[in-house]
Write a protein that binds this ligand. Structure first.
Ligand code: COA
Length: 241
C-alpha cells in the first residue's frame, strides 16, 4: 500500500490513516486520487484489523481545494462525463464503508473537499479551516453527493446559502451550522481525531457498525420504519453467537 502517488495509506493500532497527498496543488482531487482512494478504502474494507479511519490532508494549507481544475474544466466531454460519474461513485464508496470515518479538516476545504468530508461520520476542524462550494461560480454543481449530504447536516437554508452564493464559512460558522462536529486548535487536530478513532476502535466492531447503520439507513426512512430497523439491529446484536 506504500506506492500511491496522491494518497498515503497507513495503519497503526487498529486505525487506518488515509491522507490526501498532493500538497503542491492543495490536495485537489483528480482522477488518480479517486482511483487511489478507491484502492485504499478497498484495502481497509478487506482488513478486519482496521476499526476506524482518519481522513486528512497533507501539508500546511489544505485538506482539499476541490476538484482539480486543470483536469476537470479542460477535459474533453467524455472524460468530464466520466469524472461526474466517478465523483458519484466515490460517494457510494465512502458510504458503503463498514468502518467509521473521521475527517480531520484544516485549511482550505472546498468543493469535493467538503463533499468528501460530508461522507465521513464525524468531522473535526481546526480553527484555520475555511469551507466553501465554489461550483456555482464555475457553472457546475456538486456531483459527489454534496447537494444531498450538505442539507442533511446543516438543513436546507444554510446548504442553499453555501451552494447558491459560494460564500465561504470559517470554522466557527461551520460549527454553528453543524457542518462540523467540533473545532480545535490546529496542533490538536490529528491528536483529537486519533483520540476519537481509538475510542471507537476499542468498542465492539459489530455494535459500532449497527449503530452506524441505524443512523445512516434510518435517516432515509420514516420514523416507524426507522424504529423497526433499530429493533432489528439491536436484536441481531443480542443474538449474535
Ligand atoms: N485544482 C488544481 N490546482 C489547484 C486547485 C484546484 N482546485 N486549487 C489550488 N491549486 C493549485 C494552484 O494552481 C497552485 O499551483 P501552482 O503553485 O502550480 O501555481 C497551488 O495549488 C497553490 O494554489 P494558489 O492558488 O497559488 O494558492 P492561493 O493561496 O493563492 O489560493 C485558493 C488558494 C484555494 C483560494 C485557490 O487556489 C483556489 O481558488 N483554488 C480553486 C478552488 C476551486 O475552485 N476548487 C474547485 C471546486 S469545484
Amino acid at each position: 500500500m506504500g506506492d500511491f502517488e496522491t494518497v498515503i495509506y497507513e495503519k497503526r493500532d487498529n486505525v487506518g490513516y488515509v491522507t490526501l497527498n498532493r500538497p503542491q496543488a492543495l490536495n485537489a482531487y483528480n482522477l488518480k486520487m479517486r482511483d487511489e482512494l478507491y484502492q485504499a478504502l478497498g484495502a481497509i474494507e478487506d482488513d478486519p484489523e482496521v476499526r476506524a479511519v482518519i481522513l486528512a490532508g497533507a501539508g500546511e494549507r489544505a485538506f482539499c481545494a476541490g476538484a482539480d481544475l486543470t483536469e476537470f474544466l479542460t477535459a474533453p466531454p467524455p472524460v468530464a462525463a466520466r469524472q461526474v460519474r466517478w465523483e458519484r461513485d466515490i460517494w457510494g464508496l465512502f458510504l458503503g464503508m463498514t468502518r467509521p470515518l473521521i475527517a480531520a479538516l484544516h485549511g482550505y476545504v472546498l468543493g469535493s473537499g467538503v463533499e468528501m468530508a460530508l461522507c465521513c461520520d464525524i468531522r473535526l476542524a481546526s480553527e484555520d479551516a475555511r469551507f466553501g462550494l465554489p461550483e456555482a461560480g464555475l457553472g457546475i454543481m456538486p456531483a459527489a453527493g454534496g447537494s444531498q449530504t450538505l442539507p442533511r447536516s446543516t438543513g436546507p437554508a444554510a446548504a442553499l446559502d453555501m451552494l447558491l452564493t459560494g460564500r465561504w464559512l470559517d470554522a466557527a460558522e461551520a460549527r454553528r451550522l453543524k457542518l462540523v462536529n467540533r473545532v480545535v486548535p490546529r496542533p490538536a487536530l490529528l491528536p483529537e481525531a486519533e483520540r476519537l478513532a481509538h475510542r471507537i476502535a476499542g468498542h465492539s466492531p459489530l455494535a459500532v457498525s449497527h449503530a452506524r447503520q441505524a443512523v445512516n439507513r434510518g435517516l432515509e426512512m420514516g420514523l416507524e420504519q426507522g424504529l423497526e430497523l433499530e429493533a432489528r439491529l439491536a436484536r441481531a446484536l443480542l443474538n449474535r453467537p
